[in-house]
Write a protein that binds this ligand. Structure first.
Ligand code: GLA
Length: 390
């Protein structure tokens, strides 16, 4: 299956969500807002180590139609979650074991109220087209869309950075995923046509244009993943343990030379985890410079090395993702780059593909992946879009 790039999609989502709102709430919504999902071009499992990431916001996201209420009730209609309706009061927020999706709304609003305690309720209709569980940040785009809706409904002073931190807090403190800041920040602050090098320590960032002659491909292995239940939190603990060994606040502060020097003292698995993070930081910074100079040979090598490091040192890839990367890499050579993207344990690979190789990449994936792994791949042709708070 292949999904074309189209602004039409965004427009159709807006129209749909307004209709859904009217059907549910018997009146028109007062606003519609949207927040994008993301793909990470390079720099995975570095954000929670105060490191560097190079993501882009994509033309798949969450769209919400909303209106204020006079009371504290929040009523949410989730079109893509079996058309469920969840209703709760802002003064009585509890974790929902059944409608797991509602915890993203609850956690986000609980965190928002720490900064803006006087907000009241809202009616919300939600629809989205970020594939769930694919590593493209459907949850971050949901959180940022909720924050955009409330910031507009209640005219809150909320910057994109504030929104990202609140979304991350919802994940860390309410949902139970100890994620970093990348997904929320790019969903809030992405720039159309650009990738963003984000320094996850200072939260400063730099945009770099994605060259026009490159297509941003995302291929979903359709191996479903779940970060909360996965080994994601364990990886974070392992990284923190190594930082602690060096007496540092995060692995960002540890050099490769220091790590190599301590190799015999560290458990082999911890050594490998840390080696991934430290080398991945360098690759992300190098890739930004290469992107700015349209230096595909360097980007290609950095993406290849990143995938191998995530496979062998961080151990978060699957055989299906490795297989996809291999088959695409054989087509691209040094003319493009390909690697797994996001948290891993299933989900997507990202490829930067020159226009002349687009058809060949598609056909190699369509002709080989299912035969080899028994799963249908989904190919998304993406464009880099604007964040919700940019
Ligand atoms: C998930 C997390 C991010 C980041 C990536 C891996 O997407 O939400 O914070 O850690 O995994 O790079």
């Amino acid at each position: 299956m292949s999904f074309p790039v189209s602004d039409q999609q965004g427009y159709e989502q807006q129209v749909l969500v307004k209709i859904l709102f009217e059907q549910q709430f018997k009146r028109s919504a007062s606003l519609v807002c949207h927040a994008p999902g993301r793909v990470n071009i390079i720099g995975d499992h570095t954000d929670y180590n105060d490191g560097f990431v190079l993501p882009a916001a994509i033309n798949y996201g969450t769209t919400i139609a909303a209106s204020k209420r006079e009371d504290l009730i929040v009523k949410v209609y989730a079109h893509d979650c079996e058309q469920q309706i969840n209703e709760f009061s802002l003064d009585d927020i509890t974790f929902d074991e059944e409608m797991m999706w509602s915890n993203y709304v609850k956690g986000t609003l609980q965190a928002l109220m720490k900064k803006h305690p006087s907000i009241k309720g809202a009616n919300l209709a939600v629809t989205g087209n970020v594939p769930q569980g694919a590593g493209l940040s459907s949850s971050a785009s949901f959180e940022i869309a909720i924050l955009k809706a409330f910031s507009q409904l209640y005219q809150l002073e909320l910057t994109g950075i504030d929104a990202a931190l609140i979304g991350q807090q919802a994940e860390n403190d309410f949902v139970g995923c100890n994620c970093g800041i990348m997904d929320q920040l790019i969903s809030a602050m992405g720039q159309q046509g650009h990738a963003m090098l984000l320094d996850c320590k200072s939260l400063s960032f730099e945009d770099a244009p994605i060259p026009d002659d490159l297509t941003l491909f995302i291929i979903n292995s359709n191996v479903k993943r779940g970060l909360v239940d996965s080994e994601y939190n364990l990886r974070r603990e392992q990284c923190e343990a190594v930082a602690k060994y060096f007496g540092k606040s995060a692995l960002r502060e540890v050099t490769l030379a220091q790590l190599n020097f301590a190799k015999e003292q560290l458990e082999p698995e911890l050594f490998k985890r840390a080696r991934h993070v430290i080398t991945e930081n360098t690759r992300a910074v190098n890739a930004l410079n290469a992107l700015k100079n349209n230096d595909m040979v360097t980007i290609s090598a950095a993406m290849k090395a990143s995938h191998l490091s995530l496979r062998d040192d961080f151990e978060v890839t699957t055989k299906e993702m490795d297989g996809l990367v291999n088959m695409i890499d054989n087509v691209l050579g040094e003319k493009g780059g390909v690697r797994m993207t996001g948290g891993g344990f299933g989900g997507c690979v990202v490829a930067l593909v020159p226009l002349e190789l687009v058809a060949q990449v598609e056909s190699v994936v369509n002709n080989n992946y299912e035969n080899k792994f028994g799963l249908k791949p989904s190919i998304y042709h993406c464009t880099a879009t604007q964040g919700a708070f940019r």
